[in-house]
Write a protein that binds this ligand. Structure first.
Ligand SMILES: N[C@@H](CCC(=O)N[C@@H](CS)C(=O)NCC(=O)O)C(=O)O
Length: 211
């Protein structure tokens, strides 16, 4: 089993769903890592030192003994190819392609739908909530249909597709998106949460979770 030469440095922010999918991947692979919380409010991600690692000035980033990778999807793919035995990212061409398709959704409707609605409520992001809700609902309808009769997004076991899509779907209520009508999606979320390596992203009391 390949082991990192030293604990993998993982630059993260505890409320970032992009970082959370990397956290789940590191935990699924059971490799040692050192979590470094980046203070986004203090703009640490725009410091000269951080920009040397990620010129886009964003978390997540990993440094695996000098190999620096930024962007959650780049990181997950790197980690799976380097440390996984082919379960999280099967090398079967059809399954590989299907997983890539779901990973792509994290930069599309997941980012512009659920994640944007959440950023509006959580961080006062300047964006249109109605448009974010419409994108989120369209995505959830398709995902719910896809999960009919399926436990996982691709194949018969958990893959990077599930780990990548989880956080922003689970936390959609923070953006005011109700998951109640999407029973298959809720069942799939519960499956991910039951995984032995699962760790939750902290819940924020905003949107539908406001008290
Ligand atoms: N596509 C990137 C998005 C990364 C991203 O948006 N990171 C946010 C936190 S969720 C960030 O660092 N924001 C601070 C900034 O842009 O200054 C990924 O998947 O890693």
């Amino acid at each position: 089993m390949t082991q990192p030469a030293a604990p993998i440095k993982f630059y993260s922010m505890h409320l970032s769903g992009n970082a959370h999918r990397v956290l789940l991947t590191l935990r699924a692979l059971d490799r040692p890592f050192e979590l470094i919380e980046v203070n986004l409010r203090a703009k640490e991600q725009k410091s000269e030192a951080f920009l040397q690692m990620n010129p886009f000035g964003q978390v997540p980033v990993i440094d695996d003994n000098g190999t620096v990778i930024w962007d959650s999807i780049g990181i997950m793919t790197y980690l799976a190819l380097r440390y996984d035995d082919g379960k999280l990212l099967p090398r079967d061409p059809a399954q590989f392609g299907q997983i890539m398709a779901w990973l792509g959704k994290t930069s599309g409707p997941i980012a512009y739908g659920m994640a944007t609605a959440r950023r509006i409520n959580l961080f006062n992001a300047p964006a249109d909530i109605d448009s974010a809700h419409a994108i989120a609902h369209d995505f959830l309808h398709v995902m719910n249909e896809h999960l009919e009769g399926r436990a996982w997004l691709v194949g018969g076991t958990v893959t990077l597709a599930d780990l990548a899509c989880y956080a922003y779907v689970a936390h959609a209520p923070e953006g005011g998106v109700d998951l109640k009508g999407f029973g298959n999606v809720s069942g799939w979320l519960a499956q991910v949460e039951a995984l032995p390596f699962f760790a939750a992203m902290p819940k924020a009391k905003v949107g539908l979770w406001a008290e």
